[in-house]
Design a protein around this ligand. Structure first.
Ligand SMILES: Cc1cc2nc3c(=O)[nH]c(=O)nc-3n(C[C@H](O)[C@H](O)[C@H](O)COP(=O)(O)OP(=O)(O)OC[C@H]3O[C@@H](n4cnc5c(N)ncnc54)[C@H](O)[C@@H]3O)c2cc1C
Length: 479
């Protein structure tokens, strides 16, 4: 008899877990419940004027090896793009175009750019000292000017992690890794201009098609879209799960691949102390994205050239409060299918307004309504230092729960990156195999699907070490 496993949530993490387990139909009977009417979670696709566009998740770096290899296996090739960024406007403008478009701000702040490079190396060398020190605090302690912090360092961090207004509270170590860590590095640090190259990124193909295909395996026992779980009751050797219609089913193991706060709510009073600690300390903010064609709005707030430079990302700091940030990007510079018949990029933009509590600072009303294509609200996880101090270190003890039959997957288990979501789903599938009631052979065969790709494996090992700790090496207590 195969182990009956339920995956709650079919975002990238849930789809990865379902796909991985479905490769072993003799060992697992896989069920998926997803609250929305479509898979993908925040990785969704919409239509406009005869074109499709990904409206939430866009893509990632070449270090996203697990995602890239997996999408390829599903039949979708990520499309390479070069990332170009414009920060600020007029006197506060700087960019990553190099010497040709070097701005006055960069020339003036060059001594601090050099010191910042040295500081990031120092942080990388002594991680324990800086693991939890917020980046703004560190810059202040090291005597950096507020101009450098607010116009260069913080907007750059906001862009990397989509952290918006929580950016000042991102741990210094996390920022340093973007420049120094081989697994996470996005940019080559330039001592003269901070950034001067346009790194290669990948734009994901049609995400709706990708995650629909991930759930099309004939070996998946049941996929229920539009079915939300309401209660999860772990018991010795089984888990009872009730949906919002009051229907109750019994499973051997459950992977909670929904948001952390939903997972905690589903477990209710049966959550362990560790689960309350780890999941309860994941914080969310409500952001809104407006997808639009308002070039006038873009020109008002950003340095933008859609013809020659084909700018991609734009980061703006609020002149009244420079620690406040909002961002836009040109969807057609990111997504190559958004071209007209002559190959010209279509004027389709997305502006992200961060943290609903800061609504009074937003310029959302200035986007002309007749140029608005889509407005969507999102729940965005916070990367502030408290996440790394009070949630991540407890995650490994939350996994399994009282009876080793409840697992957590999702980017929130570590960091809000698509690669983390995918890897956490694959890792949760491996945990199900390790703790399967009846089948130890799957573990021996190796559940991890991309072991031949050394970079993918390195990232997978890093995530499982942090998120599962010793549990990743144990298992089969119930066998
Ligand atoms: C707007 C936006 C853009 C982003 N862009 C990028 C990007 O370009 N690159 C990048 O690396 N990262 C990006 N991210 C980060 C993103 O969070 C991750 O990339 C990743 O896609 C998250 O996947 P997940 O599976 O962890 O969670 P989610 O995608 O949030 O999936 C969770 C799923 O659980 C379901 N669910 C919730 N409650 C229940 C319930 N009770 N019962 C059943 N199902 C339930 C939800 O409907 C959802 O489908 C972006 C995030 C947002 C919000």
């Amino acid at each position: 008899m195969p182990d009956k496993v339920l995956i709650i949530g079919a975002g990238a993490a849930g789809c990865a877990a379902a796909w991985s387990l479905s490769r072993y139909p003799d060992s697992f009977e896989v069920h998926v419940w997803e609250a929305a009417d479509e898979p993908g979670g925040v990785a969704t696709t919409r239509h406009w004027d005869g074109y499709w566009f990904n409206d939430g998740v866009q893509g990632g770096a070449p270090t996203y090896r697990n995602t890239i290899v997996w999408h390829r296996q599903l039949g979708f090739e990520p499309r390479p793009v070069h990332m170009t960024i414009n920060f600020g406007k007029g006197p506060t403008w700087w960019n990553n175009y190099g010497a040709e478009l070097e701005t006055e701000l960069v020339r003036r702040l060059r001594p601090e750019i050099r010191r910042f490079g040295q500081l990031m190396q120092h942080v990388h060398r002594y991680p324990v000292l800086y693991a939890l020190v917020p980046i703004r605090t560190l810059l202040w302690l090291r005597g950096f000017s507020s101009e450098f912090a607010n116009l260069m360092a913080l907007p750059l961090t906001a862009l990397f992690f989509g952290t918006g207004n929580q950016t000042p509270r991102v741990p210094s170590l996390v920022v340093a890794q973007v420049f120094t860590d081989d697994t996470l590095r996005l940019f080559e640090y330039d001592p003269d201009r901070l950034l001067s190259s346009q790194p290669q990124m990948f734009s994901f193909d049609n995400l709706h098609a990708i995650y629909s295909r991930a759930l099309q395996s004939p070996h998946l026992h049941a996929v229920h879209l539009g079915r939300a779980a309401q209660r999860v009751q772990p018991l010795p050797n089984r888990v009872l799960v009730t949906d919002t219609a009051g229907v109750r089913e019994s499973f051997d193991q459950v992977i909670l691949a929904c948001d952390a706060d939903t997972a905690l709510q589903l477990l209710g009073r049966q959550a362990t102390w560790m689960q309350r600690q780890a999941l309860g300390n994941v914080r969310y903010y409500r952001d809104v994205t407006v997808t639009h064609t308002d070039l006038e709005y873009m020109r008002k707030y950003y340095e933008i050239d859609m013809e020659e430079r084909a700018d991609m990302y734009f980061v703006r700091t609020d002149p009244q409060d420079p620690a406040r940030i909002d961002m836009s990007f040109a969807l057609s510079s990111y997504q190559p299918q958004l071209r007209d018949a002559s190959g010209k990029r279509l004027p389709l933009f997305q502006t992200i307004f961060l943290d609903e509590r800061e609504r009074h600072r937003w310029t959302i009303e200035e986007i002309r309504s007749d140029h608005t294509v889509l407005t969507r609200w999102w729940k965005q996880m916070s990367h502030e230092w408290k996440h790394f101090a009070f949630a991540v270190p407890f995650m490994r003890y939350a996994q399994g729960g009282r009876y080793d039959n409840v697992w957590f997957a999702g980017s929130w288990t570590l960091m809000n990156l698509h690669e983390v979501a995918v890897v956490s789903g694959l890792a949760a599938a491996e945990m199900c195999a390790r703790y399967a009631a009846r089948d130890a052979e799957v573990v021996a065969a190796g559940m991890y699907p991309f072991a031949e790709d050394a970079d993918a494996k390195r990232f997978y090992d890093m995530v499982t070490r942090v998120v599962y700790g010793r549990r990743a090496r144990q298992g089969n207590k119930r066998a």
